[in-house]
Design a protein around this ligand. Sequence first.
Ligand SMILES: [Zn+2]
Length: 401
Amino acid sequence: MAGTPVASWRCRWCAGAEGTVVLDLGEQPAADVFPPVGTADAEARYPLRMVLCAGCGLAQLEDDPTEADEPRGVEPAALVAQAREAVADLAAAELAEPGASAAEFPSPHGGSWSGLLAAHGLTVLDDGGAVDGVPADLVVDSLGMMHDPDQRAALAARADRLTRDGVLALHVHPLGTILRTSAWNALRHGHYAYYSVSWLVRAARDVGFVPVGLWRYSLYGGTVVLALARAGSRPAERGAGTAALAALRDVLDEEDAAGVTNPRSVGRLQDAVTRTATALRSWLDDHRAEGVVGYGAASRAVSLLAVAGATGADMIAVVDASPAKEGLSMPGTRGSDGTARVPIVDPSALTVLRPRWVVLFVPDLLDEVRRQYPEVEASGGRWVVAEPTPVVVGPDPIRTR
Ligand SMILES: [Zn+2]
């Protein structure tokens, strides 16, 4: 239950044993095991809980009994755009200079900054973030570090890759954004850490690093790139410019006001679970007879559908552009009464199915999918943004309620 202290647990950063369960999603299927469509058995479910460490304040996955193997997703245009902006920001702050070397730690979320860094004249050391590789002047990590169960080792590996005056640029979806947008379904097996910028700054200081600047992006409701450098190094003395330092102060102030290390404040995510899932449940009850298709077989859709108890009776299919998910089905969508699973189909199905409703689980894709699949609206269908409560996009000539 949320709000209770955890038993027999160790923090992934400070090894402290005291923490509070701030979000409890009960038993959830593994978000990255997509069963083949015809699978008759219900898949195994595992406890899924977020714990806030009382010692260091890191919000983290309590335990991961699954063998997380996050499939590489299709890279949304919004993520590509963020990468372009971030590399330009680092270059403008003279942290990504022509002739410097760069190394990138990979992430299953897709999206590499390497090509962009090379285009800015940096030499990219192409070793997939190997721990003992050649030191780099710039080490970048976009949504990668949260996948490491050992957070102390993960930060050390990135810091160790840096030259003496090197800069580590971390792109994260911060806890402050998760709280502000009630994005409880950011919690999933395989994502071990839910960083606040305050925590990242403190953890960095623990290992001799200081923040030199921060940049904010509109992706996923608000992501940030935090630049860190060794205390006493050239970039640490110089900083990344007034704007980047002001943005850092702003985010730290906002996090302070939001209470990102306060279990009671973070625990408000639990209320959002019921709110979002109930809203989707009743929307599906009202509209399923008209033909509902989902879009985006992302992990956030898996937990949302599972908590809302959605099955093949509610949704004809979930469309996803990743070929790796074809012929599979959404985890946890087989009804306890044997109702069929929700199959995952490729986008060409939109033309065939001509659904009345397409429920979008990845809001950042909205502009992209509306442009890419005009046939949805041309044939009288409507896009619906699923969270926090289903909202129909664009004009709706047909009265449905
Ligand atoms: Zn801790």
